[in-house]
Design a protein around this ligand. Sequence first.
Ligand code: THG
Length: 367
Amino acid sequence: MYNIGIAARTRKSCFFDATVAAGATAFTVYNHMLMPLWYESPIIDYWYLMNNVSMWDVAVERQVALKGPDAFKLAQLMTPRNISKQKVGQGKYVPIVDENGGMLNDPILLRLADDHFWLSLADSDILLWAKGIAYGRGLDVTITEPDVSPLAIQGPNADAVIVDLLGEWATHLKFFWFKEYDLDGIPLVVAKSGWSKQGGYELYLRDGSKGIELWDRVAQAGAKHGIEPGAPSTIERIESSLLSYGNDMTIDHNPFEIGLGRYCDVDQPADFIGKAALQKVRDNGITQKLVGIFIDHAEPLGNTHWWPLSHNGAPAGNATSVTYSPRLERNIALAIIPIAQTAPGTQLMVDSDVGRLACTVTTIPFL
Ligand code: THG
């Protein structure tokens, strides 16, 4: 094994010291910042999420704030989703694409005011793209990365924790909507969202100096509901088929290929970057598509790079995210494959780290 170097430019979350004290044992780098991956083990942490509730340091989900007279115009230019009806207090999942329709990021867009948006980013440098567009087009908008650090509370007991922490009101939020709230001097944006399908909330902390205080308040409110520290679960998110930028999509994929076509309104009146390219994709159809596959193997699998797939000996795309599913008791994966092979039941072979294995195409989400 080898070590990975950590320096000042590898940024630390405002919850970092609390996560280390809580026993974080593995980290990754995301948006140039450390993120805890698990505490006890990926499987043990997964069952805390499924059965109780877990709290996640997701401060790496950095915000790009767009503020000013042209903030709306810039936000709409950046996404093929039609955001003309997005209300203040509403979040939307929005593909961000380049001029060729290639995926640059898949953030949540929050509208804090008519002229104020946050893009809650996946792992890529969208602040630079936004500044380039605004500069090139002469837009009147200020673009910053504000001091905002999300902390997620996810799992079946998340409602109970949030009632004890914030009060009953928060449970009445609609999915993906949010409210600003002051918790005894801790400034928050409270949203009903999170990168799992087990239900829960995200607390966007607006003052990093209060990170440890917020972590401790959540842990205290959660104690009697069985809360445990955790992190976005690779296992659960593949079972639920939530996509991961850089893993299940890159700049070489358009939204239609990865199942995000339903968020693209390519004929909307407003202009957006990539409009002509995506209209062409809509007209001509796609040549590859994201699907699920079952992989036949007795031992649990996991990947650290794409595993090549083949069909009757010919290349047939890649398995992008592989995991063992504790609920299905078999190995599953997301895969991007040629459209000709996407019928459920199609047999493929995968060149895994443990050799060539048989697999079967299926529909997503798995669960
Ligand atoms: N929360 C916040 N920021 C984030 C994420 C998050 N930034 C990074 C990453 N996650 C962005 N990507 C996603 C991907 C999927 C979802 C949210 C963010 C998601 N999708 C639901 C689904 O696909 O079923 C719902 C989408 C919808 O229909 O609106 O939740 O998690 N703050």
